[in-house]
Design a protein around this ligand. Structure first.
Ligand SMILES: [Zn+2]
Ligand SMILES: [Zn+2]
Length: 134
């Protein structure tokens, strides 16, 4: 069976499927299906870099994507990073697409290695977390 997924591409070239494609949507106006809003940050599997996808490309996938397609080998995990600048900000949502058998502890360990540039909380505070900026 073939699925159509939206792929985000990291600067390193690594492509990550983040959600099923909605055929009716224009490529330039892809939104995050979870919220109907802005695209989330994505933690690249290649170099553990966090980036904000600018565009999504629709492409075919044989395996699909969990939890949208139960049993798929890849699963969308959602993590949040607290704003370090001010109280009462909503946390930053970062999605990490990992193999479905990844356990919570593995992801928490990996999260400590994430790095990114220009990571902003929903109120626009630029984060100095996590450390190890590029
Ligand atoms: Zn990357
Ligand atoms: Zn903030």
């Amino acid at each position: 069976m073939n699925y159509l997924l939206d792929f985000a591409t990291c600067r390193c070239g690594f492509r990550t499927p983040i959600q099923p494609s909605t055929p009716a949507t224009e490529a330039a106006d892809r939104r995050w299906i979870e919220t109907g809003g802005e695209l989330p940050f994505v933690a690249c599997m290649g170099r553990k870099r966090i980036y904000k996808p600018q565009v999504l490309e629709s492409d075919a996938s044989i395996d699909g994507l969990s939890p949208y397609h139960p049993g798929a080998p890849l699963h969308v995990c959602q993590e949040s990073i607290e704003c370090a600048e001010a109280l009462h900000c909503l946390p930053i949502t970062v999605i990490a697409v990992r193999s479905s058998d990844t356990i919570v502890e593995d992801l928490q360990q990996e999260k400590t290695e994430w790095k990114g540039k220009g990571l902003k909380c929903p109120r626009g505070h630029v984060q100095s977390f996590p450390s190890g900026w590029e």
